[in-house]
Design a protein around this ligand. Structure first.
Ligand SMILES: *[C@@H]1O[C@H](CO)[C@@H](O)[C@H](O)[C@H]1NC(C)=O
Ligand SMILES: *[C@@H]1O[C@H](CO)[C@@H](O)[C@H](O)[C@H]1NC(C)=O
Length: 247
């Protein structure tokens, strides 16, 4: 079984490819009445446990060994879409509330399931079972903080004023078994720190800034001295010119 955002696919591998296949599947563990595959998608119910038995059918094998032949087959493990489908990465935007607080506005991936013509999001399907795990860290620091949010409009407070922070979000479904609770992590998004930008500068940047400052000061002093000397000279020249002017 592979399943992403409740779209579930049953795959199998074969040694010989001339077969056709019959997928018999049953809901729950009691194998009551395996049905031949008609359209798995239409009658698939997210909340049930499914087991499948994939059988290779082939006229060639039937001709050779008769209809009583025990066709090669394999069992797929039990699968529960609601509990085991992987959840893809979420998208979100960051809004500043005040210096120490932001709101992450999380949007939900669409599934291939439609209800009344409307394509359902993972939130429509998981409803209140869907929570959000947020990881955030001050940029440049390795210390990460976690937060679990109930709402897709998740507030993160207690941030250091003016610091730049980076955030990642994933769907989190605590009602599921541990192994399938967490969806894929989103890409990282950062809030730009503003007022205290100097705290984020590396040593290299500081050396650069000091170097530039010293250069500017030297250039300033040198040009000042040169200008003063030249002005002084010109002043003298004017004076001599004036003194020798005919009266
Ligand atoms: C979910 O994703 C993991 C990691 O990519 C993968 O190993 C697993 O088979 C997937 N499960 C399903 C049901 O698709
Ligand atoms: C969250 O984002 C969605 C889509 O980008 C937008 O329609 C909605 O208004 C936003 N909500 C808030 C509270 O900003």
């Amino acid at each position: 079984w592979t399943s992403l955002d409740f779209q579930t696919i049953l795959k199998w591998t074969v040694e010989e490819s001339e077969h056709t296949y019959t997928v018999m599947y049953s809901e729950n563990t009691e194998q009551t009445n395996p049905r031949k595959r008609e359209n798995l998608g239409k009658i698939f119910c997210l909340h049930r446990n499914y087991e499948a038995d994939i059988r290779a059918d082939s006229d060639h094998l039937a001709d050779k060994f008769g209809l009583d032949y025990d066709f090669p087959h394999t069992y797929a493990p039990m699968f529960n879409p609601y509990k085991e489908s992987n959840i893809s990465a979420l998208e979100f935007s960051i809004t500043d509330v005040d210096e120490g607080t932001v709101i992450l506005n999380i949007t939900h991936p669409l599934t291939s399931i439609t209800v009344g013509g409307k394509q359902q999001t993972i939130k429509d399907i998981l409803k209140n079972d869907l929570k959000y795990k947020i990881i955030y860290s001050k940029s440049g620091s390795t210390g990460e903080k976690y937060k679990i949010a109930d709402s897709s409009s998740a507030e993160v407070s207690g941030l250091d004023a003016g610091q730049s922070y980076c955030f990642m979000v994933a769907a989190f479904i605590p009602s599921r078994p541990k192994a399938t609770q967490l969806g894929a992590w989103s890409t990282q998004q950062c809030r730009r720190g503003d007022t205290h930008f100097t705290q984020d500068l590396s040593l290299g940047a500081w050396v650069g800034i000091i170097f530039i400052l010293i250069t500017v000061i030297i250039v300033f002093i040198t040009t000042t001295i040169l200008c003063c000397r030249r002005n002084h000279k010109r002043h003298k020249n004017i004076q001599t010119a004036e003194s020798s002017a005919p009266i």
